[in-house]
Design a protein around this ligand. Structure first.
Ligand SMILES: Cc1cc2nc3c(=O)[nH]c(=O)nc-3n(C[C@H](O)[C@H](O)[C@H](O)COP(=O)(O)OP(=O)(O)OC[C@H]3O[C@@H](n4cnc5c(N)ncnc54)[C@H](O)[C@@H]3O)c2cc1C
Length: 414
């Protein structure tokens, strides 16, 4: 890599970006690398607890500068606004103006935000996003202003919508809560899991409106595709996820959700110096396990990108993305959840855990996955995962069948 230090820029300080930066710092200690972590907010956000933040609960928000203290990572507080893959630079807007950062390797870890394509969402709906005019915090303020008889609408029958509806209903039990979904509510993990979630929603007095597509959001409610108007004092939009558009604007191949298309080693299919991780990445070759936008996938891909860049710097072979999942838990309010085993291929099996046991289990894993970041800072390379042979097995299977391998879609957090 010549005389100069290798410049590695990590865009995005979520789970994927932070683990990538910390692991790289540890693994490239003798390799003369300069690592810069860029994030728009100056603190880390536990995104999966944003529905709790919206209810006024404290969630962990440590300063990113503190999370990387004592390592070789430089933290830059600013918003990335453009990438130029030709001359290998990133433009960042900071409090003091703008900066152009040159890079030898770029890790694209910008995560995702709630998708806002439906008319009126931007202007009128509240979102479980960490920043913006109608973010989780703004929702907290708005809910506190409502009268007990008001109606709250949550749009989205996936896990985010269910988690949001249950959390709000638990804190404002007197308000009418309606959950609107374009399909069936909670159908993302099979009928057993769905049954548990539907039971919980019924027990909590949440009204379901299934197979009802929202066409427009207004200040005072929503219009459905069949013309019906549903009045509501507040609409919370949980209708899917969208990745920021920087890669697309840079001319790199992305899918409909703006996820950067990557090869098995997590490199952009168009540019070998750009790696994508977490919610922002979509592998074009089937890794053998579904790529669900999730905290676990963010940690696995962040760690793998760090390992692969280190491998390039050491003239070693890179490893393909290959992993097994362990389990999933969906929060159903502060006192209920459903938890289940998904080892190894993200399909639920075995006994389902409910109520406080599932709540404690979910809390433990949320804590553990955050703790991995802190451990990685002290012991780089500590985070490990199972299922390293799944990619090769899947590719062999697909070759035997003669099937084209292009999922080009990472399923949203469900
Ligand atoms: C309400 C909710 C509940 C969820 N529950 C679960 C759950 O129970 N289990 C689970 O596994 N997953 C859950 N998820 C999904 C999970 O949070 C994400 O999959 C995970 O956070 C992805 O990590 P990431 O590092 O890829 O992205 P993020 O955590 O989104 O981090 C991306 C970072 O990039 C920063 N950024 C974005 N754009 C720019 C820019 N232009 N310049 C600089 N910085 C930028 C952002 O500020 C952010 O800090 C949930 C998500 C939500 C919203």
């Amino acid at each position: 890599m010549g005389q100069q230090a290798t410049k590695i820029v990590v865009l995005g300080g979520g789970y994927a970006g932070v683990i990538a930066a910390l692991r790289l710092a540890g693994k490239t200690r003798q390799l003369d690398a300069e690592i810069t972590l860029v994030n728009g907010l100056d603190h880390f956000v536990e995104r999966l607890r944003l529905h709790e933040l919206a209810m006024g609960q404290a969630i962990r928000q440590p300063p990113l500068a503190k999370m990387v203290r004592g390592t070789a990572v430089n933290f830059l507080h600013g918003w990335a606004t453009a990438i130029d893959p030709e001359i290998q630079t990133v433009c960042v807007t900071t409090g003091d103006g703008g900066q152009t950062l040159p890079y030898d390797f770029l890790i694209y870890a910008l995560g995702s935000l709630i998708e806002q394509r439906v008319p009126g969402v931007v202007e009128h709906a509240y979102l479980l996003d960490p920043f913006g005019e109608r973010s989780a915090r703004a929702l907290q303020t708005r809910l506190a202003q409502l009268a007990p008889v008001d109606t709250v609408l949550v749009v989205g029958g996936g896990a985010t919508g269910i988690e949001a509806a249950c959390e709000i209903k638990a804190h404002y039990p007197q308000m009418a809560m309606k959950l609107v979904s374009s399909g069936a509510v909670g159908s993302f993990k099979g009928t057993r899991v769905q049954r548990h979630m539907l039971t919980a929603l019924a027990e909590q007095g949440i009204t379901l409106l299934e197979n009802s597509r929202v066409e427009t959001v207004h200040e005072a409610g929503v219009t459905l595709s069949d013309g019906r108007f549903l009045p509501a004092a507040v609409t919370v939009w949980c209708g899917g996820f969208q990745v920021p558009g920087l890669a697309h604007a840079a001319g790199l191949p992305v899918n409909r959700q703006n996820q950067l298309l990557v090869d098995p080693f997590l490199r952009s299919t168009a540019c070998a110096t750009i790696y994508a991780v977490g919610d922002a990445a979509c592998p074009v070759d089937d890794p053998g396990t579904p790529m669900r936008m999730s905290l676990f996938v963010a940690l696995v891909t962040g760690a793998l990108a760090a390992d692969n860049i280190t491998a390039v710097l050491r003239y070693k072979n890179q490893k393909p993305l290959s992993f097994a999942t362990y389990g999933q838990a969906v929060s159903l309010g502060p006192n209920d959840a459903v938890g289940f085993n998904t080892f190894p291929g993200d399909r639920p099996f075995g006994p389902m855990l409910r109520r406080k046991t599932a709540v404690y289990l979910r809390r433990f894993f949320v804590w553990l996955l955050f703790a991995f970041l802190q451990i990685e800072r002290r012991l780089p390379g500590f985070f490990f995962w199972l299922g390293r042979g799944r990619f090769t097995r899947q590719q062999r299977k697909l070759k035997r069948k003669g099937t084209a391998v292009a999922p080009s879609k990472q399923v949203g957090y469900e």
